[in-house]
Design a binder for this molecule. Structure first.
Ligand code: AHR
Length: 672
């Protein structure tokens, strides 16, 4: 960690004469609205190989042979046949490995993983398979982890044997220890050679997963989430909640219980963008609702499930009158029941149907669910836009009535659709108030100019209506859609407005969260990875700086009586301030979005005498297109330092000079 001592002398350097001093008043005795414990959060959706091939640590793709192309991801050789009367009702396919009749003609299947399998030399990997010998007796399976590209004599990175016996299906396990690290390994399963053997649900996980769980998460990625100190965790999306059609919506009940029997679902992101087409992208549901609640518990944050409201994706189904596209309003019962059952799964007593499913999965204690989102990006239509009427809100009403009747403590979240302004937003925002939702979900993927000009977005919001959940947002550079420094800086600027309006904005989750460098469909994203390594983007660090320094209460901060929000005459400065009752610290965040250095003075009203302020800074030294990457994961990261605050005549004063295009955060103990 680099430490930069910023003295008053530096702050008042020669350049100062050429610049105007920006004097900000921070009223440290005026403790304002509480900052909600749900700030700031994470948005998870299985996009960009975020679940399978990402956070979910399974290395085998199409482990149950249920992809429409049943051998997708597999090479087969010898006498391999597909069967469909396997032990798992909802995943009935399996593979029969029969002897070829000649000892040199091997029967073998080889899995390619997700863009290969990342394995680390000397670490352990748990192989498992459900198998049987259909004719009775014993058989041996050989398992190899291989490097097909090697120049070595031996392709094998590691191997193990599994003894299978009897006609009954049983689970067998073995541990493989690759001799070296390789990011593109394949897994081979060799048939016995003499005895026919049936195999199903072939799986390989690192032994070292997050918290060592067998159906576990990739350690580095789960740790990155924990390090964000999230206040809320939204799951499972995103558009994935809705489905391209009703059949392919996310059905939480399919994502719980034994993993072997969780049915496969299509992943809409495999085909949504034909320019980034991933035909082998499906959802195994191995990371399902139980694992989600468990992660929330690990992170100490609130769970925020979002469920289908009976409308399939409205972008993909523009004509809601088309039969079969949406659930008719009078036929929503099963969907509403799904929502009620989800709450029972999370919170119900172990004697309830769904509470027992949770208990059988190893968690008899309730998960203490408090929030539920109904619908993702849904909207109503007015006469100028289709004239189909209140297709979303009429459904939402029904969900709300049933959920409120049974679970009055639950906080319900509606939505203002995919846009943060415009006719659909204007139609829905008042309707959310009429329907008395507790919060509504706003989405904004917008360009630089939008972020720079919406610093006051929340200052004018109706304080008597529902609270805001900024459920998906990111600055998408005009013509440059990646995680470069400049757009992340504008997100920081915008977040000062979120922080200042803590009384109305109760949740905010940057989106999307994850992306595989070889398998992405949408960028920017917060965390990227390949099969072995991951890195945090500047946007991630912005989120983390706010989350780890969110304080407990807002403090008023103004410049010439106005909020500092990039307003005219404010020279591109954005700022906000909070107090942390637990640490006694005043925390000020200042973002300089101008291409010039800016001098600032913070008048810390209510404080006297000298102090040292700790600082944390994000800066790219003028290289606005710089970004972190697998090869340079820490090119831009928060840098700690300190700056001296003066005694001042009336109160403590902090003078500083912010580099052009930088974000600096100050923490000063209020009492010495
Ligand atoms: O975050 C990616 C997508 O953006 C989400 O699925 C959707 O809600 C939004 O349109």
């Amino acid at each position: 960690m680099h430490v930069r001592i910023l003295t008053t002398a530096l702050a008042l350097s020669a350049t100062l004469t050429a610049m105007s001093q920006h004097v900000m008043e921070v009223k440290t005795n005026k403790i304002g609205a509480p900052v909600q414990s749900t700030m700031y959060g994470i948005f998870f959706e299985d996009i960009n190989y975020a679940a399978d091939g990402g956070l979910y640590a399974e290395l085998v793709m199409n482990r149950s042979f249920e992809f429409p192309n049943h051998f997708a991801g597999w090479d087969i050789s010898g006498k391999v046949t597909l069967k469909d009367d396997g032990p798992f009702e909802r995943n009935p396919h399996y593979v029969r490995l029969a002897p070829s009749g000649h000892s040199d003609k091997h029967t073998m299947i080889e899995n390619h993983g997700f863009f290969g399998m990342g394995v680390k030399g000397g670490e352990e990997y748990r192989f498992s398979v459900w198998a049987r010998v259909p004719d009775g007796g014993k058989a041996k399976l050989w398992i190899d982890l291989v490097d097909n590209a090697t120049m070595d004599d031996d392709q094998k990175l590691g191997n193990a044997g599994v003894d299978v016996s009897g006609k009954e299906w049983k689970k067998y396990t073995a541990v493989l220890k690759p001799k070296r690290t390789f990011d593109k390994a394949h897994l081979r399963v060799w048939g016995d050679g003499k005895v026919t053997t049936d195999v199903e649900h072939i799986s390989l996980f690192p032994v070292k997963t997050w918290k060592g769980r067998e159906n576990g998460m990739r350690q580095d990625l789960a740790q990155a989430l924990a390090d964000m100190k999230p206040g809320v965790f939204r799951f499972p999306g995103g558009c994935i909640v809705e489905g391209t059609d009703l059949e392919t919506r996310y059905q939480w009940k399919n994502s719980v219980g034994p993993v072997e029997n969780r049915p496969l679902n299509e992943n809409r992101w495999h085909y949504t963008f034909t320019s980034r087409y991933f035909p082998n992208y499906y959802q195994s549901y191995g990371l399902g609702f139980f694992e989600f609640f468990q992660l929330c518990e690990d992170f100490g944050c609130e769970a925020l499930p979002v469920i289908s409201c009976g409308l399939s994706c409205q972008f993909q189904n523009p004509d809601p009158t088309k039969p079969g596209v949406h659930v008719p309003v009078d036929q929503l019962d099963d969907y509403i029941q799904d929502a009620l059952d989800l709450v029972e799964f999370a919170n119900g007593d172990v004697t309830t149907k769904w509470g027992k499913v949770r208990a059988d999965m190893g968690h008899p204690e309730p998960f203490n669910l408090k929030y539920l989102g109904v619908g993702n990006e849904q909207w109503d239509y007015d006469e100028q836009h289709g004239g189909y009427g209140p297709v979303f809100t009429e459904r939402l009403k029904k969900f709300n009535a049933a959920l409120r009747a049974k679970y009055p403590y639950l906080k319900l979240i509606g939505t203002t659709g995919p846009n943060s302004e415009g006719w659909d937003f204007d139609l829905l925002q008042p309707r959310m108030k009429e329907l008395k939702v507790d919060l509504y979900d706003e989405h904004y993927y917008r360009n630089e100019q939008w972020f720079l000009s919406h610093g006051l977005r929340y200052d004018s919001y109706d304080r008597k209506g529902p609270k805001v959940f900024a459920g998906e947002y990111a600055c998408h550079g005009r013509g440059k859609k990646w995680n470069h420094f400049e757009t992340s800086l504008y997100e920081a600027a915008h977040m000062t407005g979120i922080e200042r309006n803590a009384d109305i904005v109760h949740m905010a989750t940057y989106a999307p969260l994850f992306a595989h460098v070889e398998g992405w469909q949408w960028r920017p994203d917060a965390i990227w990875y390949d099969n072995l390594y991951s890195f945090k983007t500047v946007s991630y660090y912005v989120q983390q700086m706010f989350a780890m320094n969110k304080g407990t209460n807002v403090l008023p901060l103004t410049m010439q009586g106005k909020p500092v929000a990039g307003q005219e005459g404010q020279d591109g400065l954005f700022a906000s301030s909070v107090f942390d009752k637990t640490t006694g610290e005043v925390i000020v965040k200042v973002v300089n979005t101008s291409k010039q250095p800016q001098s600032i003075t913070l008048n810390l009203q209510g404080m006297k005498g000298e102090r040292m302020a700790e600082t944390l800074e994000l800066w790219s030294n003028g290289k606005l297109d710089d970004e972190n990457s697998i090869s340079k994961p820490e090119l831009i990261h928060p840098v700690a330092g300190s700056v001296k605050c003066e005694a001042g005549q009336k109160y403590t004063v902090l003078n500083d000079q912010l580099p052009a295009m930088s974000f600096r955060l100050y923490k000063v103990k209020k009492t010495k």
